[in-house]
Ligand binder design. Structure first.
Ligand code: PGA
Length: 256
């Protein structure tokens, strides 16, 4: 359907010990670790990055982190930097997830610093945007998404934008089992694509993958992934079990 390769990313959130994470990823690698039809990324907690990275070695599955600090090093207790992630061969980093915005007070300006730091260190940011239920009901969805997107991408140049992945995650659909309808999702994805065209021009905007996130699972993925501007998924719950995650990769591979 589009020339953009589909991307399925697993956001494991605060789940699994290092040993459990390695076991899960070993099963994922056995099933989809040699295919190249779909880009696959797993984002375990920091404590599992190393064990998961080792299990991924030699496979086509990529390693991502769930967050990082914008500074390269220094007195930031409890934080992790982009060079540290690069040193253990992470290629992606989730930034601005709604849980971090809600529970850790992350602002668009702070997320933007992280996006720029990730790019500087050759890490691909997965920049998350999305509205709450109250914002949707108030008719503010597109405005909220626009503010988060423009704020998060401030100072990003045309050459860098192809390395960025956007994840549209309606907050009301995360972990709730309430998935956005394909129409609701495609509307926002097309809006995001339009904003990217304004910011970076048509050819670059067409290269950016826009993932949907929020209760995506094998049963609802085929319809979502068939939409023109939905280029993959950021998967929470369904990424914690090899079977459903692998099935999502298979579904993505089948959508043309
Ligand atoms: P979910 O989470 O798939 O469990 O809804 C998605 C996310 O928060 O990235």
């Amino acid at each position: 359907m589009s020339s953009r390769k589909k991307l399925i990313a697993g956001n494991w959130k605060m789940n699994k010990t290092s040993a459990d994470a390695a076991a899960l990823v070993t099963d994922i690698v056995a099933a989809v670790g040699r295919q190249a039809d779909v880009d696959v990324v797993v984002c375990p907690p920091f404590t599992s990055l190393e064990s998961v990275g080792k299990a991924l070695d030699g496979s086509t599955v990529n390693l991502g982190a769930q967050n990082m600090h914008p500074e390269a090093s220094g007195a930031y207790t409890g934080e992790i930097s982009a060079p540290m992630l690069r040193a253990i061969f992470a290629t992606h980093v989730i930034l601005g997830h709604s849980e971090r915005r809600a529970y850790c007070g992350e602002t668009d300006a702070f997320v933007n610093k992280k996006v720029l730091a990730a790019l500087k260190n050759q890490l691909k940011p997965i920049l998350c945007v999305g509205e709450t239920l109250a914002e949707r009901e108030a008719g503010a969805t597109l405005k909220v998404v626009q503010t988060q997107l423009e704020g998060g991408l401030e100072g990003v140049n045309k050459e860098q934008v192809a390395s960025i992945v956007i994840a549209y995650e309606p907050v009301w659909a995360i972990g709730t089992g309430k998935v956005a309808t394909t129409e609701q999702a495609q509307e926002v994805h097309a809006f995001i694509r339009g904003l990217l065209v304004k910011l970076f021009g048509e050819p670059m905007a067409q290269k950016v993958r826009i993932l949907y996130g929020g209760s995506m699972k094998p049963s609802n993925a085929p319809e979502l992934l068939a939409q023109k501007d939905i280029d993959g998924g950021l998967i929470g719950g369904a990424s914690l079990e090899a079977r459903s995650f692998v099935e999502l990769v298979t579904v993505a591979a089948a959508v043309k």
